[in-house]
Design a protein around this ligand. Structure first.
Ligand code: HEC
Length: 97
């Protein structure tokens, strides 16, 4: 019984630790599962990227400070993100292998 409880708690903790942020579903369409499999070679991978870099990139798109190239695609995506969304997404992608 004690073993079963420990096992169940371990499973819950590990599921929570790997939980995707709610908004990740929309990112996956282009960046792939875990940000590791983008749909086109000129779309960036996000997995394992530094968290601080992800936060600053997303804020730069959202605040229209990053433009040129394919940035317009991301400006539309980042426009709907709050600071809390950005923190959660950056933490998630930086933790992906
Ligand atoms: C419609 C396709 C599409 C969707 C959906 C999308 N992205 Fe992107 N993303 C791109 C493209 C294309 C770029 C490259 C833009 C550029 O050239 O600046 C990019 C760039 C980025 C970058 C910068 C990476 C770097 O190395 O500089 C981050 C971070 C990012 N996306 C995160 C996200 C997150 C988080 C979401 C979900 C909220 C998301 N993207 C949804 C297409 C998409």
């Amino acid at each position: 019984m004690k073993y079963f409880i420990t096992l169940t708690l371990t499973m819950i903790v590990s599921i929570l630790a790997h939980a995707q942020p709610a908004k990740e579903a929309s990112c996956r369409v282009c960046h792939g599962a875990g940000g590791a499999a983008p749909i086109a070679p000129n779309y960036p991978k996000l997995n394992g990227q530094n968290k601080a870099y992800l936060v600053s990139s997303l804020k730069a798109y959202r605040d229209a400070q990053r433009s040129g190239g394919l940035a317009a695609v991301m400006v539309a995506q980042a426009a709907q993100l709050s600071d809390a969304d950005i923190e959660a997404l950056a933490a998630y992608y930086s933790s992906q292998k």
